[in-house]
Design a protein around this ligand. Structure first.
Ligand code: OOG
Ligand code: NI
Length: 265
């Protein structure tokens, strides 16, 4: 486990930028050299005991993060939680897990076989949250998973790392609306996720979000190399609750569409 939050997020960011070449360009386009404040990051896993959501969240809880919300995505067969740090300037953390037992016997056997290859000591090591894949994977196995769950295929191909970072528009100099951010991104040549509309959520639900479609990078499989969707960048604008404090939760209907940023098209 890490003892230094900034080092953990620094390592997660370095790995994320390697997986997501466009992220450095988006960061540059929006920040114009200023510091960007992250609203949150997100991680994905399987609900198998060795690597479940609680195993990932333990790394954040050791740094003072607190469980602040539960989410269920029935169609995608996922559960998620979000975590906040007492220091509100630290990014929130959104962690989801695939409900493996709700899938076919074939998918369950494949996933159990991948997880079995992880060294027992690996999941509590300092670097676990940005350690990537701990197993061998054939391209045909990836495709088999893809046919049932895009999420399962993504975790199988990329393992443990940040799936996205999220720019806090509330803290982004020069922007006060998500439409302006989206316009800048599109003019810069970046492709937005349009599932459910380019802007997910609204002022009424206290959160507006948008995201790029994931980059495609060359991934090494056991038998071949293929370009597949890796990670994406998200943008979030939060609105104040009646007590004047910014809403800090997530919106399940919006999150459901954000997941689709790693779809192939
Ligand atoms: C998480 C999708 C949900 C959000 O901000 O609502 C999300 C994922 O794609 O792993 O990040
Ligand atoms: Ni997100």
């Amino acid at each position: 486990m890490h003892t230094d939050i900034n080092k953990l997020f620094g390592s997660l960011w370095d790995d994320y930028v390697e997986m997501t070449p466009s992220a450095a360009k988006v960061h540059q386009l929006l920040s114009k050299g200023d510091t960007i404040i992250n609203d949150h990051i997100a991680l994905r896993t399987f609900n198998i005991e060795k690597v479940n959501l609680a195993v990932l969240s333990a790394h954040f809880e050791a740094l003072g993060y607190v469980d602040c919300g539960d989410y269920h995505f029935e169609a995608k067969k996922l559960k998620a939680k979000h975590f906040e740090h007492p220091d509100a300037t630290q990014p929130k953390v959104f962690i989801s897990e695939l409900l493996v037992e709700e899938f076919s016997g074939e998918l369950q056997t494949i996933i159990k076989g991948l997880v079995a290859q992880i060294e027992d000591s690996a999941t509590s090591a300092d670097n676990f949250l940005y350690s990537g894949r701990h197993w061998e994977l054939d391209y045909t196995t990836y495709e088999t998973l893809l046919a049932e769950s895009e999420y399962a295929a993504w975790v199988a191909a990329f393992g443990y790392r940040a799936n996205h970072f999220t720019v806090s528009i509330n803290h982004l100099p020069g922007y006060s609306s998500i439409l302006d951010v989206n316009e800048t991104l599109k003019r810069g040549g970046f492709v937005l996720n349009s599932a459910g509309g380019e802007v997910k959520g609204s002022a009424e639900v206290l959160l507006e979000q948008s995201s790029t479609m994931a980059d495609k990078i060359e991934v090494v499989f056991k038998d071949t190399q293929k370009e597949i969707p890796s990670c994406f960048y998200e943008f979030a604008l939060r609105y104040p609750k009646s007590d004047g404090e910014l809403y800090t939760g997530f919106v399940a209907a919006s999150a459901d569409k954000i997941f689709e940023s790693t779809n192939a098209s």
